[in-house]
Design a protein around this ligand. Structure first.
Ligand code: HEM
Ligand SMILES: CC(C)=CCC/C(C)=C/CC/C(C)=C/COP(=O)(O)OP(=O)(O)O
Length: 302
């Protein structure tokens, strides 16, 4: 048992708000909100209406953090079995299941309600579908039963640009679906690179991730193949006229780096390469969406 001074030191260093904040996976949600914002910006020729932008970002942000908190709750036993996740707040018992469940419900209900009243019902429905897709379909079911968990579950994570687009226009447009396709195709190279690096932990925890069920070589090949699918998807905004030359030049440069990293994942044997490719995938998707944004406004001005 901890003595009181240790307990005090721990609370001082790790206050409870920080645990609640961590439940929402804030860094992942931040990148998702950038994708939401880009969806909003590309949906209209000028600036999107500020009230929809603010209510949309807050509502989708709350719902996404709620979904992430449900993931922490439902995965608490699994998380305990892996080094990367063992010290998470619910897994380690710093927050109880009831607390986490109430917090996740509160964020989710607040987010969806805000979207319903201040944005539009379609955005609320689509966000609810993404929330349930990640928290229930992916976390509680797919993750535990099939190595295709993230290809199917990735649809929920890919939704943000569509949510942003619909928040501003109230309608689903094919261009928004192109943006969803980019994230959807990018998710397997993003995640399987990490899964290759962490395959021993997933195997020990009994999670059927691709490198565990089909072997490391097959997973490395899939990362390489899906990175080509991602490259193809990223060229569609230019091919359809949605984005211009600035986007094309930038995305070709990004894609060359992306392919280089994923080629090294496929051909290399260095154990650190998949981890580096995973971190590059995050910079890649962030820069790609910022590029779409820059291209959109440059084309408006010139
Ligand atoms: C089902 C789809 C996805 C899966 C399975 C997945 C999986 C993961 C995993 C396991 C991590 C490591 C988390 C950690 O160590 O705490 C991670 C990190 C990350 N993911 Fe994904 N991801 C998905 C979709 C996305 C999407 C759609 C985005 C953004 C658009 C995203 C952005 C990030 C970011 C920014 C990080 C780094 C977080 C940090 O700094 O700790 N991911 N992802
Ligand atoms: C409303 C909406 C857009 C919802 C999407 C919410 C959301 C935060 C998705 C995140 C995707 C992600 C990090 C998956 C990893 O889960 P994991 O359980 O495989 O990874 P872990 O082991 O790190 O928990």
């Amino acid at each position: 048992m901890r003595n009181s001074s240790e307990t005090h030191a721990r609370h001082w260093l790790n206050p409870v708000w920080r645990d609640y904040w961590e439940l929402g996976k804030p860094r992942v949600v931040l990148v998702m909100l950038v994708c939401v914002l880009v969806g909003m910006a590309l949906a209209v020729p000028g600036l999107p209406p500020l009230d929809k932008v603010l209510a949309g970002l807050v509502g989708i942000g709350l719902a996404s953090m709620g979904a992430a908190a449900f993931n922490h709750l439902l995965d608490r036993r699994l998380d305990r079995l892996m080094l990367r996740t063992a010290s998470r707040p619910v897994a380690e018992g710093r927050l109880g299941s009831l607390q986490a469940g109430l917090y996740a419900s509160l964020l989710s209900v607040a987010g969806i309600t805000l979207l319903w009243w201040e944005v539009n019902p379609l955005t609320a429905w689509l966000t609810l579908a993404s929330l349930l897709g990640y928290a229930l379909v992916y976390t509680a079911f797919l993750k535990r039963v099939t190595p295709q968990n993230i290809t199917i579950g990735g649809l929920a994570g890919a939704a943000p640009p569509l949510l942003g687009w619909v928040a501003v226009t109230g309608q689903i447009h094919p261009d928004a679906l192109l943006l969803v396709l980019i994230i959807f195709a990018w998710t397997p190279p993003h995640f399987w690179a990490l899964a290759i690096y962490k395959q021993d932990e997933y195997a020990r925890a009994g999670v059927p991730m691709l490198p565990v069920t089909h072997g490391e070589t097959f997973a490395r090949l899939q990362v390489w193949l899906y990175s080509w699918l991602t490259v193809a998807a990223t060229l569609l905004p230019f091919a359809t006229g949605m984005s211009g030359w600035l986007y094309l030049v930038g995305v070709v440069a990004l894609n060359l780096r992306f392919l280089q990293w994923n080629w090294r994942v496929w051909r290399g044997s260095d154990r650190q390469v998949p981890l580096a490719a995973f971190w590059f995938s995050i910079r890649y998707i962030l820069l790609l969406f910022l590029l779409l944004l820059a291209d959109h406004y440059v084309r408006l001005v010139f």
